[in-house]
Write a protein that binds this ligand. Structure first.
Ligand code: PLP
Length: 411
C-alpha cells in the first residue's frame, strides 16, 4: 500500500525577511486582478519606457538582430570585449573620469544583476552600508539579502533633495563598509551638486569607504542640469560605477547593464576576486544584450531629442511637476533628471497614517497604480512616486484624478 506523508510546509527563507520591493508588490497583484476583471489600469509603478510607446532605437535592434546568429554561446564572464571597449571609450569622453581598461568592466543582465553580485561579494553579517532615503529599493534589499545592514542617510527635500552630509557623518560606525550614491536619483529626480559629491568623497576618504555609484540616469537630465560622476570627484578612491541601457536607450527588456571599476585596488584584491568568482558562476551575461550595448554606445544618442527643451520627457516632467503642485496640500521639488517625481503630501492637510493603504485605495477608486514613499525606504508615510513616462495628456489626467481623490480621502 502507498503511505501518504503530510507535505512539509515551505516557507520563504529567513534571508528574505527584510527584503522589500514594493514597486512590484501587493498593489501590483491587485492591479493585475482588476485587469483580469476587464478594467484598464494606468500602471505608473515601474520606469519601463516600452509600455508607454517608447520604441527601441532602430540601430540597436538592427545591430543586435544581425549579431543574434553568432551570439548563441557563453561569453567571457565579464562580457564580450568589443562591448567593454565601447564602454571604455564612452568614459574617455567624460572629462576627468579616471582611466580604466577592458578588464575593469563587467557587463551584466541589467544593473540589477550587478548590484546583487557586488553586494554578495562584499558583505558579511552585520556590515553596514550607507544608502540614501529615499532610495531605489533594490540597494536596500540586496544589502539585506547579502547579510549586511542597510543604514539610511537622508536626502533633504528642503535642499532640492541633495544628500545631507551631516546626516551621513552621524551614521558612520566602525562597521560601515560602503556608501551608495544614486545620481540622478530615483525616486526624487535630484541631480547632485559638485559640492555635495565632493563632500561624500571626503567622508569616504576619511573613513575608508567603498563608493557604489548608480548612475543609470546620467544622460536623462533636464534644463541646465549637469551630471558629475562620483569617480570624477574621487579618482583616488575605489569607485564602482553602475550604468546600463534600460533608461537612456529605453530597452529595459534587453537586460543590459555594466559596472566600471576605477581607482586604487590593491587593498581590495579579495573583494574584486569575489566579483570575478560570482560573474563566473553565472557564466556570462545574455549574448544579444551585450551586442545591444555595443550598438547603443557607438550609435546615435537618441535620448538627446527626448530631453531637449521641447522634448517628450521634458514636457512630461513639466506636466507632472506643475500638476502635482496644483493639488492643495501637495508639493513637489522640480525633478532635474531621471523619470520620476516624488511629491510630498502635507500631513496638516492629508492625514495619511498608512501610505501603502493610500496606494491601494487610489488603485481601487481611480485605477491608477503609484508606489508609496515608504516603498523607497522613506521614513514617514507622506510621499508618493509618480513615473513621468506616459504622454502629457495621460499624465495630466492621472494627476487631476489623483487630486480629486485626495480632496475627499481620509484615513
Ligand atoms: N538603478 C536604478 C536607480 C533604477 O532606477 C533601476 C531601474 O529602475 C535600476 C538600477 C535597474 O536597472 P536595470 O534595468 O539595468 O536592471
Amino acid at each position: 500500500s502507498v503511505s501518504m506523508t503530510a507535505l512539509r510546509t515551505l516557507d520563504q527563507s529567513a534571508k528574505l525577511q527584510n527584503v522589500l520591493y514594493e514597486i512590484r508588490g501587493a498593489a501590483l497583484a491587485e492591479a493585475t486582478r482588476l485587469e483580469k476583471e476587464g478594467h484598464t489600469i494606468l500602471k505608473l509603478n515601474t520606469g519601463n519606457p516600452a509600455i508607454f510607446g517608447f520604441e527601441a532605437p532602430y540601430q540597436i535592434v538592427r545591430d543586435m538582430l544581425r549579431a543574434v546568429p553568432t551570439a548563441h554561446g557563453y561569453t567571457d564572464a565579464r562580457g564580450i570585449v568589443e562591448a567593454r571597449r565601447a564602454i571604455v571609450s564612452r568614459y574617455e569622453n567624460v572629462e576627468g573620469f579616471p582611466r580604466f581598461d577592458v578588464d575593469d568592466v563587467y557587463l551584466g543582465n541589467g544593473v540589477s544583476e550587478l548590484i546583487t553580485m557586488v553586494m554578495q561579494a562584499l558583505l558579511d553579517q552585520g556590515d553596514e552600508v550607507l544608502i540614501p532615503a529615499p532610495d531605489y529599493p533594490l540597494w536596500t534589499a540586496m544589502t539585506s539579502l547579502s547579510g549586511g545592514t542597510p543604514v539610511h542617510y537622508l536626502a533633504d527635500e528642503n535642499n532640492s533633495w541633495q544628500p545631507d552630509l551631516e546626516d551621513i557623518r552621524s551614521k558612520i560606525t566602525p562597521k560601515t563598509k560602503a556608501i551608495v550614491v544614486i545620481n540622478p536619483n530615483n525616486p526624487t529626480g535630484a541631480v547632485y551638486s559638485r559640492e555635495v559629491l565632493e563632500g561624500i568623497a571626503q567622508i569616504a576618504r576619511e573613513h575608508s569607504l567603498l563608493i557604489l555609484s548608480d548612475e543609470i540616469y546620467d544622460r536623462i537630465l533636464f534644463d541646465e542640469a549637469k551630471h558629475i560622476s562620483m569617480a570624477q570627484v574621487a579618482p583616488d578612491l575605489l569607485v564602482l560605477t553602475f550604468n546600463g541601457l534600460s533608461k537612456t536607450y529605453r530597452v529595459a527588456g534587453y537586460r543590459s547593464g555594466w559596472l566600471v571599476i576605477t581607482g586604487p585596488r590593491d587593498h581590495a584584491a579579495g573583494f574584486l576576486e569575489g566579483i570575478q568568482l560570482l560573474a563566473s558562476t553565472r557564466l556570462s551575461p545574455n549574448g544579444p544584450g551585450q551586442h545591444a550595448v555595443l550598438a547603443a554606445l557607438t550609435g546615435v544618442q537618441s535620448i538627446d531629442a527626448l530631453i531637449a527643451p521641447e522634448g517628450r520627457l521634458t514636457l512630461q516632467r513639466d506636466v507632472t511637476w506643475e500638476g502635482l503642485n496644483a493639488i492643495p496640500g501637495v508639493s513637489c521639488v522640480k525633478p532635474e533628471g531621471a523619470l520620476y517625481a516624488f511629491p510630498r503630501l502635507d500631513p496638516e492637510v492629508h492625514e495619511i497614517h498608512d501610505d501603502k493603504k493610500l496606494i491601494y485605495d487610489l488603485l481601487k477608486a481611480e485605477h491608477i497604480l503609484l508606489v508609496e514613499g515608504t516603498g523607497f525606504n522613506w521614513p514617514t508615510p507622506d510621499h508618493l512616486r509618480v513615473v513621468n513616462l506616459p504622454e502629457p495628456r495621460v499624465l495630466a489626467e492621472a494627476i487631476e484624478r489623483l487630486g480629486n481623490f485626495l480632496a475627499s480621502y481620509k484615513q
